[in-house]
Design a binder for this molecule. Sequence first.
Ligand SMILES: [Zn+2]
Length: 394
Amino acid sequence: MTNRLYYSDGYLSEFNATVVSCNKGDSAYEIILDQTAFFPEGGGQPSDEGFLDGMPLLDLIDRGSEIIHLVRKPIEVGKTVIGKIDFDLRFRRMQNHSGEHLISGTVNKLFGFSNVGFHIGEDYMTLDFSGELSASDILQIELEANRAVWKNIPVVSYFPSDADLKLLNYRSKKEIDSDVRIISINNVDVCACCAPHVKNTGEIGLVKIIDFMRHRGGTRVLALCGYDAYVDTKNRFESTVLVSNLLSAPQGKIAEATKKLLSDFDAAKAQITELKFKAADAHISKLSYTDGNIFLFVEGLEDRMLREIANRARLLCSGVCAVFCGADGSYKYIISSQSVDLIPLKEIINTNILGRGGGTSEMLRGSCTADRHSIEDFFTNTDFTAFIDTGDNT
Ligand SMILES: [Zn+2]
């Protein structure tokens, strides 16, 4: 049975232990020690990282009474080894996990909801609660959790006797009858938990809820505590400064300034659209009735404006009206006609203008890679009226 040193001292970052067994596993050697300060994944907290006997620890497995340490090379049974924990990482996780107890205890006390899921991820912690919380509830929970930080309350861990446990009102995700480790934070939370915690709530530093959402009939809360909350706050502050400088607005007024910017942007977009329709009008006004085809080359107009030009210009010719937008090698086109069925012409046109596209008997749309000169040649010299549908089937 491995003696779990982190139960009584979450701050032990280096320890001596004796190798009890060493077995070759599928991908690593499995080392069991008489005691360990390495915490194996559990209660939502990932496994510790660090070095054992000078080798990087690959992973930890909790097998109930024993903890397996995975390393690359074997270690002699009976050897005294040194374990070194990545304590910066461990302490950040302790800050987050103890902060989670403050949030979950506060939610339970104020709203009666249970924590039904908890995970410390790479970017933030995820806490799932059994009921729906509103935005104002979240603000209240965050403030109460931080008040518990400011009070610097001792975080006490202990194993109550079975009899004491029966009398204890505590949060727990699993039904366990005995050997239950309790983490108690006076007046805030009492919870069954296997993980190492900070000694006093003051060490959590800051509890920051960064988002929340409805989740499986309850609420999912994303939060950060301690150093991670500090880094997140620092990053957000840097973004605020950047945006404030870009907008030339005081930091407290960037939302207002952004709203104004977006409104100015919408007005400018509307103005550009109006100007583009005017440009389309100008193209049409230059045309007069043509006995044959009309082809036009325009720039910077959107599909709906090309359609507008094509629909109006087709009334001014006996053949087809072709509108091209772009530059040599990359034109968008719309081809329209009031008298010619375009479906049978699709392949002929696309072959001659190196195009791809399709459409209806009245309008074709697509793109082509031919140059302007070849396109002009083709539409000048092709008589599409031979394809006019006269309705005479004889
Ligand atoms: Zn816990």
